[in-house]
Design a binder for this molecule. Sequence first.
Ligand SMILES: Cc1cc2nc3c(=O)[nH]c(=O)nc-3n(C[C@H](O)[C@H](O)[C@H](O)COP(=O)(O)O)c2cc1C
Length: 172
Amino acid sequence: MKVLILNGSPRAKSNSAAFAQAFKEGAESAGHSVEILEIGKMKIGGCLGCEYCHKAGNGQCVQKDDMQIVYPKLAEAEVLVLASPIYYWSFSGHMQSLISRFYAIWKPAAKKYAMILSSGSPEVYDAPISQYRSILDFFGAEDLGIKTFCGRGSQATEENLAAVRAFGASIR
Ligand SMILES: Cc1cc2nc3c(=O)[nH]c(=O)nc-3n(C[C@H](O)[C@H](O)[C@H](O)COP(=O)(O)O)c2cc1C
């Protein structure tokens, strides 16, 4: 399958980047074709709610930012993986902005999703997990799994990376 991993961390050498790479390695070992998009480093504004996309825009967003790179990938990927740090009990702003921009295309093509969250503290995942499940329900998509990691400093331990590689290798 064609797998697109969206890394929502804006940080260099982030936990989310390490997990995205480990998921890629695992999924590739199982024969999938995988691309990581560093959306945390892109310029992606939140949806303006202007409805241009559903009127004169005919499915095109009025904002010409880095979503122009992302939209064609969303049209092709069969699996979408959301990798995000937790910011104030939710997704990073980059990830949240990107999700709001689904509005122009209504639904990405992917019918399967997975999610990897990284936080400083444990038990801070209720909001993004609830949002993720509601979105999948709305899209009629399948959840391939969720992994969460927490702690100060690097979470890219061999144990955690091996768990994410196995996660990537497990998708069907
Ligand atoms: C703006 C901001 C908000 C954060 N909010 C939370 C939070 O609400 N709960 C938490 O446990 N960690 C919070 N953190 C810590 C990050 O989630 C944590 O360091 C995470 O591992 C960063 O992931 P990354 O390395 O992929 O960027 C926050 C960090 C930042 C910069």
